[in-house]
Design a protein around this ligand. Structure first.
Ligand code: IFM
Length: 418
């Protein structure tokens, strides 16, 4: 049973990231988007009809066949509309919010920090506090300032010190207002997508370069930790780690072996290498991976709009796997692309039941952040995947909470009786 203490300190909210929501960025991603949009729209138009998109996606704007889908541009204009977005979050019962600070805005040229950008983020944090929401602040959620990308980005060891310096500058500015810091978002996903399978900028496909990037990211987290603690010793530093529930089918030793290797490499190694610097673990959870002879033998009985299996109950297993670290855990992301809002309410209910079960089994879970507060720009896929609790009309930028946002609110009010 959960005691009252645990219930009191449990945060509920949603997540977002700067590049995906704010609009108006100038970084390595924004340049790459402009270079690649035509090709992406062309490839989308040439997809065979059977692999094409259903009408409910193509009818929306922007749709995957248009170039505008692939350029973040003004995104959801959260930069100008954060107060409106936080009003909605408050109305929806949220008590915390996770967002990211855009490095390229704060340090547009090497060593030149933009006071106006810092002041903007201080206003964002204060807007949350004024509404009774605890800010969870990510310092790097993937894009890089152009000057750093030109120097080799995370492949260059110079990025480590540069990141620590940037983290220190932001933390010094926001030290009175921010308690929870997340230096890095999903370093392992970034290293794989950008340097192993070559999907994201800079589109490298090279395992050795991927390892170098991953190692630099881990060193950057480790370098930022003493800087953040030095500025405010009582702050809490974590990581947003995308862990997967690997499930070995049957009682099969080969499947078990694959699971053990995958758990070690993907789920644990990055945490083991940062463990001594973590006050909490942020779990970004989306994936169940069933192993039967090989990986990805999922039954896919329910899938979301971008083809990912819906497995909210797997969150329980991912949380139980974190018990070994004996740390507070926040689910810093969990969600689905569901333009018609068909599955989201049920998905959140199942996910929160998984959280409750994990708490009952001794995992110190202290918060749940749904991805995302509003619809936003889903990286190489662009705008068409709809992850928001709140729908955004990208032509008018008007916001409309989906029915599932209200269902989430009801669960928050009933918690832990769900
Ligand atoms: O949109 C992303 C987010 O930026 C990082 N985690 C997964 C989300 C959904 O793909």
């Amino acid at each position: 049973m959960m005691n009252n203490n645990k219930v009191e300190k449990f945060y509920f909210g949603a997540s977002s990231s700067a590049h995906q929501a704010e609009g108006g960025q100038r970084n390595d991603w924004s340049e790459w988007e402009i270079r690649t949009a035509t090709g992406k729209a062309h490839n989308a138009r040439n997809r065979p009809p059977t692999g094409g998109w259903p009408a409910y996606i193509l009818e929306r704007h922007p749709n995957p066949l248009e170039e505008t889908n692939y350029v973040a541009g003004r995104a959801a204009d959260h930069w100008h509309r954060y107060e409106e977005d936080f009003d909605l979050a408050k109305e929806l019962g949220h008590t915390a919010h996770r967002f990211s600070i855009e490095w390229s805005r704060v340090e547009p040229e090497e060593g030149r920090f933009d006071e106006r950008a810092l002041a903007h983020y201080r206003d964002v944090v204060r807007a949350l506090r004024a509404r009774g929401m605890e800010p969870f602040v990510t310092l790097w959620h993937w894009p890089l300032p152009l000057w750093l990308a030109r120097k080799g980005g995370w492949e260059s060891s110079a990025a480590i010190g540069a990141f620590a310096k940037y983290a220190g500058r932001v933390a010094a500015y926001l030290k009175d207002d921010v308690k929870f810091w997340i230096p890095l978002n999903e370093p392992e996903i970034y290293a794989n997508m950008s340097y192993l399978n070559g999907t994201w900028p800079p589109q490298v496909k090279n395992p050795l370069r991927m390892l170098r990037v991953l190692s630099h990211l881990i060193r950057a987290h480790r370098a930022a930790h003493p800087v953040l603690k030095g500025i405010n010793p009582s702050c809490r530093v974590g990581i947003a780690k995308n862990n997967i529930h690997f499930e070995a089918a049957g009682r099969n030793q080969w499947n078990e072996l694959l699971k053990a290797v995958a758990d070690w490499w993907w789920n644990r190694l990055p945490l083991d290498l940062t463990n001594d610097t973590l006050d909490f673990i942020g779990l970004n959870f989306y994936f169940h991976n069933r192993i039967d002879g090989w990986f990805n033998r999922n039954r896919n009985e329910r899938i979301n709009d971008i083809g990912w299996e819906l497995a909210p109950e797997s969150l329980f297993h991912a949380l139980m796997d974190l018990k070994r670290y004996e740390k507070p855990v926040y689910v810093t992301e969990n969600g689905l692309a569901d333009a018609r809002d068909l599955h989201r309410a049920e998905y959140i209910h199942e996910a929160l039941r998984a959280v409750k079960r994990a708490v009952g089994n001794g995992v110190d879970v202290r918060g749940y952040f749904h991805w995302a507060l509003t619809d936003n720009f889903e990286w190489a896929d662009g705008f068409w995947p709809r992850f928001g609790l709140v729908e955004v009309d990208y032509q008018t930028l008007t916001r409309r909470p989906r029915a599932s946002a209200q269902a989430y609110k009801n669960l928050i009010e009933r918690w832990p009786n769900i």
